[in-house]
Design a protein around this ligand. Structure first.
Ligand code: ZN
Length: 165
């Protein structure tokens, strides 16, 4: 079991676009450590750049806090289609502790990715799954929640973050 240090905004690695995971890369240990780190934090999602690995990979488990765990690994994920309908919801981020922001996102997305076994997956994600996966995908593109706020909301959120103990 390996708990990895989680980078905190404004670490520049959180503003960096990540590289694809190559087919022959051994990411088994990284995946185990990322789940350990996510559950320990505790959180519902963790992207590789949040632990300083600049690769296109994230893990999520939307249900474990309330019900049975449902861990899913997304390697080289991409959004194939997104709903035109959008909703606002609160989002937290392990790299921006104690701050909750209201983010607007598509209600559902069709995502394509490679799983931990190297198989291609393509699935429509709804509700909390859609929101969590889009949040983590943002990390792979160097985007954090603050980047999705308008200027006044961002200013307020950054000011609140700055005075955190
Ligand atoms: Zn995050």
């Amino acid at each position: 079991m390996g708990i990895l240090p989680i980078l905190r905004w404004p670490d520049t690695r959180l503003e960096t676009v990540c590289d694809p995971v190559e087919p022959d890369e051994d990411i088994g240990r990284l995946i185990i450590d990322m789940f350990d780190t996510m559950y320990d934090a505790p959180g519902r999602g963790l992207a590789a750049p949040q632990v300083g690995v600049m690769k296109r990979l994230f893990v999520i488990d939307v249900t474990w806090k309330e019900a049975q765990p449902s861990p899913v690994v997304f390697v080289n994920p991409k959004i194939v289609e997104a709903s035109e309908s959008r909703s606002d919801a609160e989002e937290a981020c392990l790299s921006i502790p104690s701050i909750t922001t209201i983010i607007t996102r598509p209600d559902w997305v069709i995502m394509e990715w490679t799983d931990a076994q190297g198989e291609t997956q393509r699935q429509r994600l709804d509700g909390a799954w859609a929101r969590c996966a889009q949040h983590e995908l943002d990390h792979l593109n160097g985007i954090v929640t603050f980047d999705r706020l308008d200027a006044p909301a961002r200013h307020a959120a950054e000011a609140q973050y700055a005075v955190q103990p």
